[in-house]
Design a protein around this ligand. Sequence first.
Ligand code: KIV
Length: 273
Amino acid sequence: MSSSNTISPKVVTTHVLQEMKMRNEKISMLTAYDYSMAKILDLAGIDVILVGDSASNVMAGYVTTLPITLDNMIYHASSVQRAVQRALVVVDMPFGSYQGNSREALSSAIRIMKETGCSAVKLEGGEEIVESVQRIISAGIPVMGHLGLMPQSINKFGTYAVRAQSTEEAEKLIHDAKKLQDAGCFALVLEKIPAELATKVANSISIPVIGIGAGGGVDGQVLVLHDMLGINQDFSPRFLRRYHNLFQEITNSVQSYIRDVKSKDFPSKNEQY
Ligand code: KIV
């Protein structure tokens, strides 16, 4: 340990996550998109940092995750990776960078690995992306799957409501989870599905299952950093636990600064040369 508020620097690998599942130790995962935040998360001891395509919403201000580009994701991911010494860094493959065919998927994944130095990629989808997943993995790139609510398909479904509530959809999700495991995925994200179904998936496959809005019966949890810190105030789903109200904290600090500048209190004699 380097100081009392940092944890052991043992590097987290996909193998370590597998061991954590086997000994029933929950996996912690958060998103990050920049160097400074990633450094805080890593020193705090987070297991996995996801450079999510939610950057499209929280960093760029788009309504959906669709507009963010491969170049944008590479910029965010390389900034994050430069800060990280311990956590496993996983990068979302953005919409349009893998859906065309498996060759395109592989060349996008190779760009991410070469240009960011990160450790793995994440793709949304089930059986329909298995060929791409296999091709990426056979090039030596670890892949995390993502089922349930898949924000890149929002225009197909038209809503961010809870997924897999019907028997048919639930059976397809279980089938897809097994296909992704058999294709070689090292872990799977399940987003916004009934807790009972998520637990069933986590118990029926051997790779770690990380949930967001999927209950406590899975192997780990992920949240979007800006949501859990209360920076983003526009999003309040039931599954979100807010650990802070940074929107208010930052507003207070900025208003104090404005007051100090206007009143000529800042800078003081000690704050000048
Ligand atoms: O992009 C993202 O932040 C994600 C998480 C919600 C899992 O995919």
